[in-house]
Design a protein. Sequence first.
Length: 338
Amino acid sequence: MVDAAVLSTEVPAFSVEEARDLVRRHWDCEPVSVARLASERDQNFRVDAADGCFVLKIANRAEPPGVTRLQSAALRHVAATDPGVPVPRVLATRSGAYETVAAGSTVRLLSWMEGVPWYLAPASRAQRESVATGHARLVLALAGFGADEPGADLQWDVQHAARLRDQLGAVPAELRAPVEAALDRFESRAAPLLAQLPRQFVHNDIQPHNVVVEAGGTDRLAGILDFGDMVRTPVACDLGVAAAYHVLPGAHPLASVGEYVAAFHAVRPLGDAELEALPALILARQATTIVITSRRALTHADNAAYILRNQPTTRAGLAQLLPLAHDDVVAYFRSLCP
């Protein structure tokens, strides 16, 4: 897989002073303060300057340069197509380029998205609907982007979930059976439909650590971050990724995820085949999260807490969704998406 080298190569190790120097040399920006940010495979810094706050993103050395160029082009495309979609802006260097290279790593400077990290904010229906609406607008804004580009081949792209079977040895013993059952459901109920589903470039990682909500009213979306997993894939896969984080405890086992799906559908209508595949795609994302994070936590023990940050929610969601009959979940989604 194309992403194997990126997932196994050590992250860049620039110091704060080196990061500060990069900003000074390549952008019209004088940092007042620079601070490290958590990241899984890249290195990121928050840069505070007199004219605003920014994120310095230093890509993994194994990341092909075309991947970051595509991400930057996508952000510029969204800004031009629907400026109201809250995504970072890519800042040009003094030479007019949108990236530079340092020690073999691609380096970019993006605008900082102010707000409260979604995972720290109290959850509400209005909040889910606001994020889902912004997500759907992002999908529409990207619909005409990069039509001739094949995109990266990432294991995080759930259309490739069947590949995970040879990695199940890394999964805790108590989770192997449910993960295998989720993969079985994907292969029988979603995989046969993939070829007929509408596909395009999508964010592919709309989840609580990649979204910020407004500090003054956390029911409102403030920003969608981190396009590092962007791929060309069925839109239903992208929705399945986001929906996987909303299979939450409640009076109805699908109430929260249903609110997200319905709000998304109201902006970007879902076709019958997309709704048919969606429950199995949600399970595929849950299986993908458990397998990849379990494997990476074994090989990157020093960063295990960050890598495993979404596993508790994913485990609980898998336990809640897997026992439900596929056809019943499809019927429920269809009832919400007339």
